[in-house]
Design a protein around this ligand. Structure first.
Ligand SMILES: Nc1ncnc2c1ncn2[C@@H]1O[C@H](COP(=O)(O)OP(=O)(O)OP(=O)(O)O)[C@@H](O)[C@H]1O
Ligand SMILES: [Mg+2]
Length: 518
C-alpha cells in the first residue's frame, strides 16, 4: 500500500520536481505535493500540515537555507531535506547544523526514498519524546498541586472551624454586645487568615493578575509598616530608614505589600518569645560589574533596594539552601504552609528583580530586595488604611446574582451611611436605571453574572448616563485590568473579597467630585 505523504517542494525547476516525485513513488510513497519557489509562496503553504519539505539549495528568487531558517522561525517540526546539484561539504554541514534532517545530491536521487523514511521516523520519535516530556512535566505539576492541596486543606479546615464556631457563639450571645464584639473579632481574624492563604496560593500559582506601574516604594513601605506595627507586639522594636532618593520602580503595589508582610511575619516569628529589632530600609543602590557577576539575576545598574532584617534565631546553611522552595517550612504542622518566601521569590522574578539573604544562627537575618530603577515618573500608589469614609444618604444600586453577597452588600453599604437598592440580575439593574437615569448616585456591580457581565452592564449604563459613577467588583483571577476598566469609563475595579474599608473607600472616591484638568 502506498504511504500518503504531504510534501512541499521548494524548487524552481519542474523537471527536477518530476524526478524527485518519481523517486518518492518508487520508494512507496503517494505524494500529495505542491511546488513553490518564492519566500511568499513558501510561507503561504508552510502551515498546510506538511509531512516533509524537500528543498533545492539555490533558486533565482529563494534559497534552501532561507527556507530552513523560516521553518525554524515558525517552530513547526517538519522534516526538511536539502537537495542540490552542487552542494559542498561546508554548506551541507551548515544545513545540518541549522536543523535539516538530511541533504542529497541531485545525481544520487536514488537515496531519496530511504532518506525520507529515516527523516520521518526520527521526526516521529522526536515528537513522541517531547510528548513524554510534556506528560512528565504535567505529572510533576499535578503532584505539586496535590501537595499544595494537602498542605492547605489542614489549615483551611481550622480556619473554617473558627469561622463556624464563632459565628454560632455569636448567634447565641448576640444579646450581650461586649462578648459579641469579641467573637466577631475572632471571626474576622480567621477570615483574614483564609483570605491571606488564598492570596498566597493564587500569587504562587500566578493566577493573581499583576499590574505593574511606575511607583515609589516609600509610601507602600510606610503603609505596610503601619499594618505590621499593629500586628506585632511591642516587645519587638521597629527601626525604619527610607531614603527619599530611592529611584522609581515598575511594580505592583499590592504585591510589594505582600512581600513585606511575608518577610515581616517571618522576622516576627524568628524573634518570638524574645525582644528584638525589626528593621526596614529603602535606599538607592548601585550594582557594579563585580557584584552583578555573583548573582545571575542582577545586571550592573541602579536599583531601589529594600532591606528587611531581624535579630531573631537566624538560619543554618541547610535551612538557608531550601527557604525559597515552595512548602519548605520549619514551623510545626498547621502553623505554616512554607509558601511565604516562595511567593517573595516569584514576585521578585516577575519584577525583573532579585532577592538575596544573609543569616547566622543566633544573630539574625537580612533579606535584600533589588528592583531595577525605572526611568519615568511615578504614579501614586496606595495600599488601604485610615478610617473608613462614610456616606451621607446617597442612593446606590448594588448588583450581584448571589443572594448572600447581595445581602452583605446591602448591609455593609447601609452601615456606611448609604441608601441601598439591589438588583439580582443585570437586566433588572439596566431597567431600573433606564426608568429613572438620575435615581442612583452610583452603581456597584459584580463582574461575573449569568446573561451579561458587569463590564457589559457598565457599558450599557454609561450609554444611558455617561457620567454615572460605576464600580466593578471581580474575583481574584478575573483577567480585567484597572487600565481596561478606566478606559471604559468605569471609576474603579474592586477586588473581592472586599473589606468594609476597601468598599467604603472606593464608593467614597467614586462619589467625590473629580478634579478638573484644564
Ligand atoms: N527571618 C527569618 N529568620 C529565621 N528563619 C527564617 C526567616 N525567614 C524564613 N525563615 C525560615 O524559612 C522557612 C520558610 O519561610 P516561608 O516564609 O517560606 O514559610 P513559613 O514562614 O514557614 O510558612 P508561611 O509563610 O507559609 O506561614 C521558615 O519556616 C523558616 O525556617
Ligand atoms: Mg512565612
Amino acid at each position: 500500500m502506498p504511504r500518503p505523504l504531504k510534501v512541499l517542494l521548494v524548487e524552481d525547476n519542474p523537471a527536477d520536481t518530476e524526478l524527485a516525485l518519481r523517486e518518492l513513488r518508487r520508494a512507496g510513497f503517494e505524494p500529495e505535493w505542491r511546488r513553490v519557489d518564492t519566500e511568499a509562496a513558501f510561507l503561504e503553504h508552510l502551515h498546510d500540515g506538511l509531512d516533509l519539505i524537500l528543498s533545492d539549495y539555490q533558486m533565482p528568487q529563494f534559497s534552501g537555507l532561507r527556507a530552513l531558517e523560516l521553518l525554524k522561525q515558525s517552530r513547526l517540526e517538519v522534516p526538511f531535506i536539502l537537495v542540490s546539484g552542487t552542494i559542498g561539504e561546508e554548506t551541507a554541514v551548515a544545513a545540518m547544523k541549522q536543523g535539516a534532517a538530511d541533504y542529497l545530491l541531485k545525481d544520487r536521487l536514488a537515496r531519496l526514498g530511504p532518506a525520507v523514511s529515516q527523516a520521518l521516523e526520527s521526526s516521529r520519535l522526536h515528537a513522541e519524546h517531547r510528548n513524554l516530556e510534556e506528560q512528565f512535566r504535567q505529572a510533576q505539576k499535578m503532584e505539586a498541586i496535590g501537595t499544595l492541596a494537602g498542605g492547605i486543606a489542614h489549615d483551611f479546615n481550622n480556619i473554617l472551624c473558627a469561622i463556624v464556631g464563632y459565628t454560632e457563639l455569636g448567634q447565641l450571645i448576640v444579646k450581650e454586645p461586649p462578648k459579641a464584639r469579641e467573637y466577631f473579632g475572632a471571626i474576622l481574624q480567621a477570615t483574614r487568615r483564609a483570605t491571606d492563604l488564598v492570596r498566597q496560593i493564587l500569587t504562587f500559582s500566578r493566577q493573581q493578575p499583576q499590574e505593574r506601574l511606575p511607583i515609589q516604594l516609600q509610601p507602600v513601605m510606610i503603609e505596610t509598616l503601619k499594618l505590621l506595627r499593629a500586628t506585632i507586639p511591642s516587645t519587638i522594636e521597629f527601626d525604619t530608614s527610607l531614603a527619599t532618593d530611592a529611584p522609581t520602580v515598575l511594580a505592583d503595589a499590592t504585591q510589594i505589600h505582600q512581600i513585606l508582610m511575608n518577610l515581616g511575619t517571618n522576622a516576627w516569628y524568628a524573634m518570638q518569645d524574645r525582644t528584638g529589632w525589626l528593621q526596614m530600609k529603602l535606599e538607592k543602590h548601585v550594582v557594579d560589574e563585580t557584584y552583578a557577576a555573583t548573582h545571575p539575576r542582577l545586571r550592573p545598574g541602579i536599583y531601589a533596594r529594600m532591606a528587611v532584617s531581624d535579630t531573631g534565631c537566624g538560619m543554618d546553611q541547610a535551612t538557608l539552601q531550601r527557604i525559597f522552595e515552595p512548602f519548605f517550612t520549619t514551623k510545626p504542622p498547621g502553623e505554616g504552609t512554607g509558601l511565604g518566601l516562595a511567593v517573595v521569590h516569584g514576585i521578585m522574578n516577575d519584577h525583573d528583580g532579585a532577592v538575596t539573604v544573609h543569616s547566622q544562627p543566633g544573630t539574625g537575618t537580612i533579606f535584600h530586595l533589588y528592583f531595577p530603577a525605572h526611568a519615568g515618573e511615578a504614579t501614586a500608589a496606595t495600599v488601604e488604611q485610615g478610617p473608613v469614609p462614610r456616606g451621607h444618604g446617597e442612593r446606590v444600586l448594588f448588583v450581584d446574582d448571589e443572594e448572600v453577597l447581595v445581602h452583605l452588600g446591602r448591609n455593609a453599604l447601609a452601615e456606611l451611611g448609604y441608601e441601598v437598592e439591589v438588583a439580582m440580575e443585570p437586566a433588572a439593574a439596566l431597567a431600573m436605571v433606564q426608568a429613572d437615569p438620575l435615581r442612583f448616585a452610583l452603581v456597584l456591580t459584580d463582574q461575573t453574572m449569568p446573561g451579561m457581565t458587569g463590564f457589559d452592564l457598565a457599558n450599557q449604563l454609561l450609554q444611558i448616563r455617561p457620567e454615572l459613577p460605576i464600580i466593578l467588583m471581580t474575583g481574584y483571577s478575573a483577567s480585567l485590568t484597572s487600565a481596561q476598566v478606566k478606559a471604559a469609563g468605569i471609576c474603579q475595579l474592586l477586588r473581592k473579597p472586599t473589606t468594609l474599608h476597601s468598599l467604603g473607600t472606593a464608593v467614597h472616591a467614586a462619589l467625590s467630585p473629580k478634579p478638573i484638568h484644564g
